[in-house]
Design a protein around this ligand. Sequence first.
Ligand SMILES: O=c1[nH]cnc2c1ncn2[C@H]1C[C@H](O)[C@@H](COP(=O)(O)OP(=O)(O)O)O1
Length: 205
Amino acid sequence: MEQQITREDALTRKGYKHACHIMLYGDSSAKLFGKIPIKHIVLITVIQMQMRFDGLLGFPGGLVNPSNETLEAGLSRELHEEVGVAVPVGVDNHVSTCLSSSCPGLITHFYIKKMAESELKELETAAVAKATDHGLEVLGMVRVPLYFLRNGGGLPYFLSHSFISNSRAQLLSALQRCRLLSQGEIEKAVSQAEQMRRTRSGDPH
Ligand SMILES: O=c1[nH]cnc2c1ncn2[C@H]1C[C@H](O)[C@@H](COP(=O)(O)OP(=O)(O)O)O1
């Protein structure tokens, strides 16, 4: 469990590295395959994560140096390298700050920004065509499947992949905070993902 601290507390601590990452999301009217019954498919909300160079999933962003730049300016700089377009980020987009348990000495700051579907599509195109990190530190942007299909397809399968640092917990808290899924749906997805992981590792419990 990560220890939450305030943004202000984080900035007074000496000897820590700071990493800022952001969830970019927006409403979409798309339907999977254009014909799957509404009963099985929730209208998709576009949430962008990325496949990193190390094969793990995470949010766009990176290390920032608060003695040279504000957290938000550093995050905007990292975003430009990873998605190829300027995405202004402000303090009002900040949602949480944690002492990382998986990376000692690292403080992670998490931001959320809602964008129009057209802006997100433009960003996905630019991430391939213009971003300096594309194909290097970032292997590709991915959308989070916010729906449930038979046999664990959709969100449960997505959650059963491997995530960097606390990005999976950041995703789950953001789904709740932005009311993109109900608490019951989030718990169902987490429990199905856990079951899949156990099945894969051969541990039935
Ligand atoms: O999405 C994330 N959520 C929380 N912490 C993260 C996330 N992605 C990475 N991290 C942690 C672990 C990494 O070692 C550091 C730096 O992140 P990274 O994106 O790799 O930074 P650079 O591109 O190397 O600047 O943050």
